[in-house]
Design a protein around this ligand. Structure first.
Ligand code: AMP
Length: 617
């Protein structure tokens, strides 16, 4: 490694020993000092490699120049590249977009036409991800001592996968990574020793996987120095699972025998080895803690050496911070990274900062980054609405819909400004709009740092689901047909993500009236429950998977409100600064006060009685 030349391996990846934190730190310094040069080289390398692909050939006409690239290659959305992805899924050669063979398609939590978007992935890309994960080690060890003196209880899960007609695997990015040799045959790294044996992570039955990982984590509780899951929602799901299953987990610990319903042979074998013998004293201790009336601080009590909880609590996950703080007993919450199916983007260089202050530094050899400037809605000085990572009405102007807006390079972004992220990856995405809105908060060396503000067009999110206003309208439109056929009209509706219990669930507030007489109709619970189910059936496949397969979203609820409730909501919004003339009912509510206005006028509540249909695409 020499200064100024941090990327010697193919694909701009430096070569170093991940056990060597000092070398890791030096690489990070090099990457963040030489942002401009690295970004230039990344783009050159991507163009040089891929200029002959059908996609780029059409725009570049054999020219390898950056200016030509930026002038002729359009900034695109998924819909623009979908035909190419579909051709690959159906058997066309992957070199229509990428010179490197595409070995699988990564199913994103963003959807198109109700189905997950699919992102290309190459063999080299797995190495890029490994490189990125390895960079987290020097950052954490800089701030937290002694991480090599114990284990991590990371609850990691695989999700269902399927094959495209051409035989390519289609699966979520983390499932792809955990099943890869890069993960399974990872070289020993003393900072990354997990309590969960790989067999328990790779078990496709999520209930068995969760049970076995928690059992292994409890048995090794004295060795655990950090706990976590990828997203806050998944970690809270694990706490709820523990609440429901601690007696059985204690009984297994006491007897040294794994419950018979753990039938996955890999899991049974490894968990029996970890459990090893009857441990009555440990069982008594866990029982004592779990039996306590309050579970406040339960993490600290069960895993007393825990130095931090590693979970993403930025973006839509910010809604879980207070619940996590309740369970954590004051242990810091650490969001280490910002990544997606398209590409891994950035690292949090100040991991112990408070969730609201977290920023990510984009790592310049991951992709070529560009930024579409986004304006705040009310340029006249109205405050930007803190939106917990999902878009609220009036949050942002749709400035970026304009075709002629020019992108800004990574080194040219300005402090305090908002941008939408656009990436050109090593895997066949060119000037692709990720859909995330970021704000520049500062710089690490020459690398800008970004706060994740929200995802474009997302109004509701509980887990990895991302429901837009349009998705919601479509689903409500289908459901309201049911009541309309009975002479009942839906006058107004709005929604909110209720995370007061785990798992959280979608709530719709409906104001209904009888056709003709303007009275609140008599409601048949069966019909209303059918409305709830119809909304759920009409939402996209990621929602339905979370709800049906992962159980990470609870049954959707419709709360019917009194007449005049939406007038009261309008009065409230106007009192908060909305213009009367331009007022539109917000389709999603975040403000506690507004929710109280609605909740205090609820006359009936109905829940979906069955999980919606879902199968892998
Ligand atoms: P997926 O494509 O399903 O992997 O989802 C990727 C998306 O998840 C990103 O584009 C973001 O919208 C969101 N995301 C990922 N990491 C973070 C993070 N650290 N903070 C907030 N949102 C995140």
């Amino acid at each position: 490694m020499t200064r100024g030349n941090p990327c010697q391996l193919p694909g701009m990846l430096p070569n170093y020993d991940p056990n060597d934190s000092e070398a890791g730190m030096k690489i990070l310094e090099d990457l963040t000092e030489n942002v401009e040069q690295i970004q230039q080289r990344v783009l050159e390398e991507i163009i040089t490699r891929n200029a002959r692909t059908d996609y780029l050939k059409g725009f570049l006409d054999g020219q390898f120049d950056k200016q030509v690239f930026k002038k002729t290659v359009p900034v695109v959305n998924y819909e623009d590249i979908k035909p190419y992805i579909e051709r690959i899924a159906n058997g066309d050669s992957s070199n229509i977009i990428s010179a490197e063979p595409i070995i699988e398609l990564l199913t994103s939590s963003g959807t198109s036409g109700g189905q997950p978007k699919m992102m290309p992935s190459t063999a080299e890309d797995l190495h890029r991800k490994t490189f990125f994960y390895n960079l987290l080690v020097p950052v954490m060890t800089k701030y937290v001592d002694g991480l090599d003196e114990g284990k991590a209880m990371y609850l990691l899960f695989v999700k269902p996968e399927t094959k495209t007609p051409s035989g390519l695997m289609a699966r979520p990015v983390l499932t792809s990574y955990y099943k890869s040799n890069n993960f399974k045959n990872r070289p020993f790294n003393r900072f990354n020793v997990y309590t969960s044996p790989d067999e328990t992570i790779l078990c496709s039955d999520s209930k068995q996987s969760m049970y076995c990982q928690l059992l292994c984590g409890l048995v090794q509780r004295q060795e655990v120095l950090r706990v976590g899951a990828v997203f806050a929602s998944a970690f809270l799901r694990a706490i709820k699972f523990l609440e429901h299953n601690w007696k059985e987990l204690c009984s297994n610990t006491r007897t040294g025998h794994v419950s018979d319903w753990i039938t996955d042979p890999g899991c049974r074998k490894v968990v029996s080895l970890v459990l090893n013998k009857p441990r009555p004293e440990l069982a008594d201790l866990i029982e004592h803690e779990c039996n306590s009336k309050s579970w406040e601080g339960i993490i600290k009590k069960l895993w007393p050496r825990t130095k931090y909880i590693e979970v993403i609590v930025t973006g839509s996950m910010a809604q879980y911070v207070s619940t996590l703080e309740y369970y954590s007993g004051g242990i810091p919450l650490v969001s280490t990274m910002y990544a997606s199916s398209e590409c891994y983007f950035g690292i949090n260089f100040k991991p112990l900062s408070k969730p609201w202050d977290v920023s990510y530094t984009l790592i310049p050899n991951m992709a070529y980054f560009e930024f579409l400037p986004v304006k705040k809605k009310n340029e006249d000085g109205a405050q930007y609405v803190q939106c917990n990572g999902v878009c609220t009405e009036n949050c942002m102007e749709k400035e970026t819909e304009k075709e002629d807006v020019e992108t800004v390079e990574l080194v040219d972004v300005k402090l305090g400004q908002y941008y939408e992220l656009v990436v050109t990856t090593f895997t066949g995405l060119y000037r692709y709009r990720v859909g995330d809105i970021l704000m520049v908060t500062g710089f690490h060396n020459k690398a800008p740092q970004f706060r994740f503000v929200h995802r474009r067009n997302v109004v509701l999110s509980i887990d990895t689901d991302k429901t837009s206003e349009e998705d919601l309208l479509k689903a409500v439109t289908k459901a309201k047909v049911i009541v309309e056929s009975l002479g009942i009209l839906l006058i107004e509706y709005t929604s909110y993500a209720d995370t007061s219990s785990i798992p959280g669930h979608y709530v719709l507030f409906w104001e209904l009236t009888s056709k003709g007489n303007n009275h609140l109709p008599v409601l048949d619970p069966k019909i209303m429950e059918q409305c709830c189910s119809t909304v759920e059936e009409s939402l996209d496949s990621v929602y339905r998977r979370c709800r049906r397969k992962d159980n990470s979203i609870g049954p959707l609820e419709i709360r019917v409100v009194q007449h005049g409730t939406f007038d009261a909501l309008m009065d409230f919004c106007v009192s908060q600064g909305s213009s009367v003339n331009q007022y539109k009912t917000p389709r999603c509510i975040k403000s506690g006060e507004a929710i109280n206005i609605l909740d205090s006028r609820v006359v009936a509540r109905f829940f979906s009685q069955k999980a919606p249909f879902w199968e892998p695409v």
